[in-house]
Design a protein around this ligand. Structure first.
Ligand code: FPP
Length: 251
């Protein structure tokens, strides 16, 4: 695949110089770390570490494919229900990533952003998340969005509760989608075009619930730590052949 530098960033072109249908926003549900570890007789946390290494590789590949927004479901509002050792291990992994990898991500031209509720996240990690966002805020090749303590239902509820306090909105009138969207975690980010879920599970699990209303889905049995460039290309090829009608009729 070839990349063409334009004023809007990188655009894909194929060998005939025609634009290729590439998702502007790719989202991935990173699933199967635990089973990947179990298969190898390793503790679950080793699976999450392997998952993080895979994610680092994937950021570079996704950028190379000309994708502008890349979001990943790293920790849901429901994941707090896991054993505390696993939760703490994941929080430590997020801190490790920010401390040691943000510079590399920035060098790729990627802006790091977080989506999710801020409550329950340890104070130290919250500060580091803010630092990572500030440090990379001027990068504009790729927005790399980490969904941590994210839940689609929580996002909609949080937006409604913020909107209730907006004095510019007349709550006696019907509110619009635009009114609500203004209060989402990342209102400027376009809806995901393609959502990939690894590990063979066929669920949305409260990810991009509103934004994913018209997303295309791609499921693979591959556990996240085993997901590779060929898997990514297969998903993108599949997406390129999809006919998106948004409830309308075929043109
Ligand atoms: C789901 O697989 C995965 C998670 C709950 C965690 C995903 C986190 C990472 C890959 C690390 C990401 C790191 C950063 C810095 C974003 P699972 O554990 O539920 O797998 P299982 O269904 O096989 O048990």
């Amino acid at each position: 695949m070839l990349l063409n530098e334009t004023k809007n960033g990188l655009e894909n072109i194929n060998e005939n110089n025609n634009e290729k249908k590439v998702p502007k926003h790719l989202a991935i549900i990173l699933d199967g770390n635990g089973r990947w570890a179990k298969k190898r007789g390793l503790p679950r946390l080793m699976g999450h570490r392997a998952g993080l290494r895979k994610l680092e590789e994937m950021v570079r590949l996704v950028k190379r494919e000309g994708i502008r927004y890349f979001s990943v479901y790293a920790f849901s509002t429901e994941n707090w229900n896991r054993p505390s050792m696993e939760v703490q291990g994941l929080m430590s992994l997020f801190k490790f990533y920010i401390k040691h990898k943000v510079k590399e991500v920035k060098a790729e031209g990627a802006r790091i952003r977080f989506a999710g509720r801020k409550d329950k996240i340890p104070e130290e990690l919250l500060g580091m998340m803010q630092w990572a966002e500030d440090e990379t805020k001027d990068e504009n090749i790729l927005d790399f969005i980490l969904c941590i303590n994210y839940g689609g239902r929580a996002e909609v509820l949080d937006a409604i509760n913020k909107l209730r306090h907006d004095k510019t909105i007349d709550l006696n009138q019907d509110i619009t989608e635009q009114d609500l969207r203004k209060y989402f975690y990342l209102p400027d980010v376009p809806d995901p075009d393609l959502i990939i879920r690894t590990s063979g599970e066929l669920r949305m699990s409260n990810f991009w619930m509103w934004e994913g209303a018209y997303s295309e889905f791609y499921f693979t049995d591959t556990y996240w730590p085993d997901f590779n460039y060929d898997n990514l290309k297969a998903a993108l090829e599949d997406y390129a052949g999809r006919d998106r009608r948004y409830g309308g009729l075929k043109k």
